[in-house]
Design a protein around this ligand. Structure first.
Ligand code: CA
Length: 227
């Protein structure tokens, strides 16, 4: 089943959809405004995005356009209100895969979701494909990395860290989170160890490691990967 991001500011609607999709076997993450929705939608962990049009901070149409402009290919279904015909057309022109008009039946939405998931090639960028991260082209399936000069040596741990950051693009990742999810409970590295790994990664990934543009420091918390 799929991991679905629902960007919807009407809380009852969002919670209701979440319940229904979870009942149908999907995993659901909610975003309640356009800005957080955009940030989360950049992450390749989602196989589908349900995107309301009228949102605080950033409209669904703007999100859709910006995601496609940044190369995010995650399928998008727009949720439009009755009478927003123009939004439907615009939504599809901006790269949405489908739209559904409120009020809709959950059964109809589930059917649309199934259809869109069937059409999309095995969800988002799969592990078998190479991804571009800063100066590097990384293949997570084969643990290889190259830049313009050729093969770049990376340790297994470096691959794991960069993969984790990549899968959580746009989200602030605390050092504790990295410790827990990348190192696991049994190992006990210090936060200094993490910082050293990040320094080494930046030298490989960033054009200017002293002024990183992809692996950013979030002071007092941890790190954030930006595409
Ligand atoms: Ca709304």
């Amino acid at each position: 089943m799929a991991k679905i991001l629902i960007v919807e500011d009407e809380r009852d609607m969002a919670e209701g959809l979440k319940d229904n999709f979870e009942f149908d076997g999907h995993e659901v993450v909610l975003a309640a405004d356009g800005e957080s929705g955009m940030e989360m939608a950049l992450s390749p962990e989602f196989q589908l995005i349900l995107l309301d049009v009228m949102l605080p901070k950033k409209s669904g149409l703007d999100i859709c356009r910006d995601l496609r402009a940044r190369g995010v290919k995650t399928p998008i279904i727009m949720l439009t209100a009755r009478g927003q015909e123009i939004d439907k057309v615009l939504g599809l022109e901006l790269g949405a895969d489908d739209y559904i008009t409120k009020p809709f039946s959950v059964r109809e939405l589930l059917a649309r979701v199934k259809a869109v998931l069937r059409r999309s090639p095995a969800g988002a960028a799969s592990a078998a494909e190479s991804v571009h991260i800063g100066c590097l082209e990384i293949n997570f399936a084969h643990y290889t990395a190259r830049d313009q000069q050729g093969e770049v040596e990376m340790t297994h741990k470096e691959f794991e860290i960069v993969k984790y950051l990549y899968e959580h693009a746009g989200q602030t990742i605390s050092r504790d989170q990295l410790l827990e999810d990348v190192w696991g409970y049994d190992a006990a590295p210090t936060s200094r160890t993490i910082d050293n790994h990040i320094l080494k990664l930046r030298k490989k990934i960033e054009t200017d490691p002293d002024h990183p543009r992809h692996i950013l420091t979030v002071h007092g918390i941890g790190y954030k990967y930006v595409i």
